[in-house]
Design a protein around this ligand. Structure first.
Ligand code: ADE
Length: 417
């Protein structure tokens, strides 16, 4: 059928974008084909709180192919892609998410999703788990397990478990190697730069780009900024990571010092107030600040508001704050995830592996929940091997295997000659 992209419905656009993403998701496609035959999730209600993107649409189709009765809501008010939401609704998947929804609507949507009474929860940031363990404890009895996508969510789950309150087993998908080594590093690296560039159209080369936090996301972002010609500066609280940043070729300094010289700042700490009032006080006129951490608390926006005489939107996703002395500071995407608000999130090729882990974690919960107590679990290493093997095959790369003799040598304690 011939048509112009301008003339098609929102849902049709979403379907095409999901199809485009699926081309780069061979591992998930392989799992979807098997799930369609094996039906590992048959008869199970699944409540998912994820960023509603083209990549998530492909995960949703995989879970539904596996027999799941899936309901979705958004894990951030600014990350929903409305065409994808429309496409999912048209495919028969109930979804509660509208791009730019206010805080009340965001939580009402989550509440409606949790009220479906899920057997399995799927979170990106642990909000569904937090809601189930606070205001909706009456629904906990029906839950057999869950999955968590992100570093921040895993930290929250571990805190809940440390207090002895976590009620069911949850797989920390983030802890799979085929998740964090690729999604957090290359996904956040590329998509955060993409978001900053789309929002500002600024030239990166020659700029002083400050990365605050040198976990996997910070490593990826500073590596990519360096690759584009930036003078990269890293701020870290962990001395080992700070040393790693030095050896990776970045300049390392305290945020107090970096505040004075940075042109572009990105927070990826998972914590709060990584950019605070005293940093704004020292920033150059025209400094750009953005966040790629899960929650919008890494930049102290409240203090920026208090310090500013005026505030205005100067471009989509760019808020100009004018301080008393006339300096201007530009905040991107209200301090929310810049890669999902101003760009499209991580590219499909890395979400392929993250969401392959999600789908396999769902199956793992079904198979193992009876013997797992409440706790935070990691998928067995064989799952990483399987995902990496399928991915390498799909992109046409071969890898070696040990001969029996080499294998014996590597597994023996006797002295070599
Ligand atoms: N988190 C980061 N990027 C994402 C994407 N493209 N889809 C879903 N969740 C994401």
């Amino acid at each position: 059928m011939n048509y112009d992209i301008k003339d098609i419905s929102l849902a049709h656009k979403g379907a095409l974008r999901a199809e485009w993403a699926e081309r780069e998701m061979p591992v998930l496609r392989t799992i979807k084909e098997r799930f369609a035959k094996d039906q590992p999730l048959k008869g199970l209600k699944l409540a998912g709180c994820l960023h509603i993107t083209a990549e998530t649409a492909n995960l949703a189709h995989t879970l539904v192919a596996g027999g799941a009765d899936l309901t979705l809501c958004a894990s951030n008010p600014l990350s929903t892609q409305d065409d994808i939401a429309a496409h999912l609704v048209e495919s028969g998947i109930p979804i509660y998410a509208i791009r730019g929804e206010d805080e009340k609507t965001y939580y009402d949507h989550m509440s409606a999703t949790v009220d479906t009474g899920p057997h399995i929860t799927m979170d990106d940031g642990a909000d569904v788990v937090a809601m189930l363990h606070s205001e909706k404890q009456h629904l906990l009895e029906g839950v057999i397990g869950g999955m968590e996508e992100t570093t921040t969510g895993v930290i929250r789950l571990k805190a809940l478990h440390a207090e002895g309150k976590l009620a069911y087993p949850i797989v920390a998908v983030n802890d799979s190697q085929t998740k964090h080594m690729f999604d957090n590093r290359y996904g956040t690296g590329q998509s955060s730069l993409d978001g900053i560039i789309r929002a500002t159209n600024m030239l990166i080369t020659g700029k002083s780009v400050v990365t605050i936090g040198y976990g996997w996301c910070g490593k990826g972002f500073s590596m990519r900024a360096k690759g584009m010609g930036a003078h990269t500066i890293v701020c870290e609280v962990d001395p080992v990571r700070a040393l790693e940043a030095v050896m990776d070729g970045h300049q390392v300094m305290s945020m107090n010092e970096a505040a004075k010289i940075g042109d572009i700042f990105l927070t990826v700490t998972g914590g709060m107030k990584a950019i605070d009032k005293h940093h704004f006080e020292n920033m150059k006129d025209g400094a750009v600040v953005a966040n790629s951490g899960h929650f919008n608390v890494e930049i102290n926006i409240e203090s920026l508001e208090e310090m500013s005489e005026t505030k205005r939107s100067v471009r989509e996703f760019v808020e100009e704050y004018t301080l008393e002395d006339g300096r201007k500071i530009f905040l991107l995407a209200e301090g929310r995830l810049i890669n999902l608000a101003a760009a499209e999130g991580h590219p499909a090729s890395v979400m392929d592996m993250s969401f392959a882990n999600q789908a396999l974690a769902g199956e793992f919960i079904v198979d193992n929940h009876a013997k797992l107590g409440p706790g935070v679990y990691t998928l067995p290493p064989e799952v990483d091997t399987e995902i990496a093997t399928i991915k390498l095959g799909a992109i046409g790369m071969s890898f070696d295997t040990l001969t029996d003799e080499q294998d014996r040598y590597l597994n023996s304690w006797e002295m070599g000659t």
